[in-house]
Ligand binder design. Sequence first.
Ligand SMILES: Cc1cc2nc3c(=O)[nH]c(=O)nc-3n(C[C@H](O)[C@H](O)[C@H](O)COP(=O)(O)OP(=O)(O)OC[C@H]3O[C@@H](n4cnc5c(N)ncnc54)[C@H](O)[C@@H]3O)c2cc1C
Length: 381
Amino acid sequence: MSENSEAIREICDSIIKRVDRAYVAECGRKNEMPTKLWQMWIDSGLLAMGLPEEYGGAGGSLYDIILAMDLLHREALLLPLAVPNFMSREPLLRHGSEAQKRRYLPPTATGEEFFSFGITEADAGTNTFKIKTTAIRQPDGSFLVNGSKTYQTAFVESAHCLLVARTQPYDEKNRTAGISLFIVDTKLPGISATKMDIGMYLPEKNYQVYYDDVVIPADALVGQEGRGLSILFDSLNPERLLVAAMNVGQADYCIKRAAEYAKIRAPFDKPIGSYQSIQHPLARAKTYVEAARTMMYLAAEKHDRGENIGLEANMVKILSSEAFKMAAEIAMTTFGGAGVDVAQDILPFFIAAQNNTVAPVNNQIVLSYIAEKALGLPKSY
Ligand SMILES: Cc1cc2nc3c(=O)[nH]c(=O)nc-3n(C[C@H](O)[C@H](O)[C@H](O)COP(=O)(O)OP(=O)(O)OC[C@H]3O[C@@H](n4cnc5c(N)ncnc54)[C@H](O)[C@@H]3O)c2cc1C
């Protein structure tokens, strides 16, 4: 274990002692931000991890962030907001101007400001190439934005949104071209947002966001105009691992809760945990979780060595989300009817596990990517 890992374990242990699942679950039920937990991420320095010191961070690696996410999610201390917060840094660090880095990165370490992420549109769905939100360059160099986005996590609460918009019309021959990435102040005139009714017991709110003749300055553009998708694809691998850490952590929590319940629940006088029908799926889920976790940490180490982890990151997305789903399903079975009793706090994981096979990207398209890259099969999308 590295010195960093040991320090992160100590920080997480201390957080786990001071904030419990009951508090985070209550925030989820109320669809409210767990401010106490967020503050601990800030105060302990966890939020500053992975960001170079010159931009106000604490340095460290993706491995460190993954470790913290995994440890806290094992206790179901969910903070999905951490994902866009960490992920938004990648495109800026790699493609942002020096001025953008100095302005926007330090507040992501102190928690003063965080980014939301705006790519999904109602009609385009998974097919990002088909987005219709436009950002048209004006004679004075600024951009005029029109369109709408859906499922925008914490948009209203965020200071800025990393917005993906079309700067050129769709070109079938070069589908990735003509899309650009912008830093948008979420409070600009012309932006409106409507809260969505998402039944997931999540702390963050989701919004439909509308852009109506929104003027954004020329220096809001990140990287080269028209190259936004390539910039984003660069940042996706770390995101896959962050989500994987949430998956394996929560999967462990489900397995732990189910095993505890299976030891005491005894409708036929002996504990249900003595039945193979309960034991084996729990054991299988635990095995898949550990396999996913092992691959996740190996991939994080490889990423931190500067190597490409395109395949591993996508495989970890599949493994971890399927392991989480397996764990949540057997937890629901173990709890029987109590599984849908919200007070038992198992249902949120069942819903989250299903959702994590679909978002931030669906497993089907991830499998297609693996088939293409690992097996040389034709691209299917
Ligand atoms: C809770 C939550 C939070 C989110 N937060 C954000 C956010 O902050 N910002 C943001 O921009 N987006 C966000 N999203 C959107 C999320 O990224 C999309 O829901 C996801 O990308 C899938 O798009 P879709 O729902 O339109 O599914 P669709 O594209 O309609 O796909 C539906 C189904 O069709 C199948 N499918 C689609 N395409 C293919 C293919 N090529 N090959 C095989 N099968 C395919 C899959 O099974 C898929 O599940 C969020 C979503 C949720 C649920």
